[in-house]
Design a protein around this ligand. Structure first.
Ligand code: NAD
Length: 447
């Protein structure tokens, strides 16, 4: 099939590359000429595991990038809308959705055959029906359901494993009430569900709601476990044991039970806010979501508070090494990353920061304008540092050389926001080790 992807960010690029890899002809559209040029050279503008190889093997054959949405739509069967929908404090900003809908609608005037328009961006219930559809009908002067189709297809890929998620989705959700549209969407996604994972067809509002319900539930699990961890510290329990004990219950499951420094990224924070706002707009008080957000706001400061408290309230003259800046491993995305909140707290308390992240340092450097010193590798960040704070669980941080760490740090002190290391081992190695929801090891050994 011939496919246009409007908006070539994390979702649009991964979708476009994976659709091309399965044999579709894809044009990825973006406003950003620099991004388009990079993609056409086979250079992904974002870091995502496996993306570069797949991009290089499809670019110039089944895949190309362009800024010309009109031309792409006129020559394709399906348009996927994958532009951003940031939360602006009071609602999701659908101005990008409106803009591409206007352009797609105008292009439909110049196309005779049936064309399917699919909203892939995360949008609140009613957006496809009340925002996208009327714009398409008025700009195209055509009737939806007859001359073109409209559908909603939320994207569930996770940054860090986005390519794998797109190629092997747990499920595909499609909101549309048109039989013709369903057939088009089946043709689009059949190559991705050969192993039997389901395509669920439903109405558009349910599809829109499914995405928010899923992300908000996952955020709820994280906030719940963070509160369990905080209470574990107070009552003297070990959240690692608690997590294993509860996660082996098949009704609960093992995944997403890891406490830490709060959720971040471009999706969970804004999606929880947007769902809570949708509830409020409909006079429904979604109490759980308010707590999920409150807990997360506090949790982003737990690690910095531990550090500041350890040094008696001020970090003047202290250097803190930070391992991990991206909001999660295997991505360079720092949108709403807990590391940024931690860095702000530490700088405010007087600390000098030396940081290392395998992929995200460029973005942080740009944001902090020289205030955060970037290290060439994880060990260089430790040279002359008073302590280490671990913020993102990149696999390179999981099995470091503890002897080298001890040599380089002024004192062997680690604050671990991701619970990467074994407590008994850290005790034997002589580290002052303070993690989340577990007892502090070698407390009082070092001031
Ligand atoms: P992004 O900000 O990385 O990418 C959006 C892209 O759209 C940008 O490259 C921007 O230049 C482009 N754009 C904006 N207006 C345009 C226009 N008029 N024409 C052409 N291009 C335009 O966003 P993202 O992270 O890919 O998210 C996109 C949507 O998918 C959001 O609604 C998000 O909530 C949702 N989503 C994101 C993820 C994720 O992990 N990032 C996962 C699932 C769903």
């Amino acid at each position: 099939m011939k496919i246009t992807v409007a908006g070539t960010g994390y979702v649009g690029l991964v979708s476009g590359v994976c659709l091309a890899a399965k044999g579709h002809d894809v044009v990825c559209i973006d406003l950003d000429q620099d991004k388009v040029d990079k993609i056409n050279r086979g250079e992904p503008p974002i870091y995502e595991e496996g993306l570069e190889e797949l991009l290089k093997s499809n670019i110039g054959t089944r895949l190309r990038a362009s800024t010309n949405l009109h031309e792409a739509v006129v020559n394709s069967d399906v348009s996927l809308i994958a532009v951003g929908t940031p939360f602006d404090g009071s609602a999701i900003d659908v101005s990008y959705i409106r803009q591409v809908s206007r352009e797609i609608g105008a292009a439909l005037r110049d196309r005779d055959d049936y064309h399917m328009v699919v909203v892939k961006s995360t949008v609140v219930p009613g957006t496809t029906d009340e925002v996208v559809l009327p714009i398409l009908e008025s700009e195209s002067n055509k009737k939806a359901g007859v001359q073109f189709g409209v559908g909603m297809n939320p994207e569930f890929l996770r940054e860090g494993v986005a390519v794998d998620d797109f190629l092997r989705p747990d499920r595909v959700v499609i909101g549309t009430d048109s039989e013709k549209a369903k057939k088009v969407m089946e043709r689009l996604y059949n190559p991705f569900v050969r192993s039997g994972n389901p395509i669920y067809f439903m109405d558009e509002r349910s599809a829109e709601m499914t995405k928010y319900a899923a992300n908000s539930y996952l955020a709820t699990r994280i906030s719940y476990m963070n509160e369990i961890a905080n209470l574990c510290e107070i009552v003297g329990a070990d959240v690692d044991n608690v997590r294993k004990g509860m996660g082996s219950d098949s009704r609960i499951g093992k995944r997403f039970l890891f406490p830490g420094v709060g959720y971040g990224g471009s999706c969970f924070p804004k999606d929880v806010q947007a769902l809570a706002k949708t509830a409020a707009d409909n006079d429904y008080d979604f109490k759980i979501l308010k707590s999920v957000m409150n807990v997360n706001d506090l949790q982003k400061h737990v690690l910095s508070e531990k550090i500041i408290e350890h040094y008696g309230g001020s970090l003047a003259g202290k250097t803190v090494a930070i391992w991990g800046l991206a909001f999660k491993p295997n991505t360079d995305d720092i949108r709403e990353a807990p590391a940024l909140y931690i860095i702000n707290d530490l700088i405010k308390a007087g600390a000098t920061i030396k940081a290392f992240d395998p992929e995200a340092m460029g973005h942080v450097k740009a944001e902090y304008n020289g205030q955060v010193h970037m290290a060439a590798d994880q060990y260089e960040a430790l040279i002359g540092a008073d302590c280490l704070a671990i913020v993102t669980e990149w696999s390179v941080f999981r099995t470091p050389s503890f002897s080298v760490m001890k040599e380089l740090l002024k004192e062997p002190i680690i604050f671990d926001g991701r619970n990467l290391y074994d407590l008994a081992n850290m005790e034997d190695l002589g580290f002052h080790y303070n993690s989340i929801g577990r007892g502090v090891v070698n407390e009082g050994e070092m001031a």
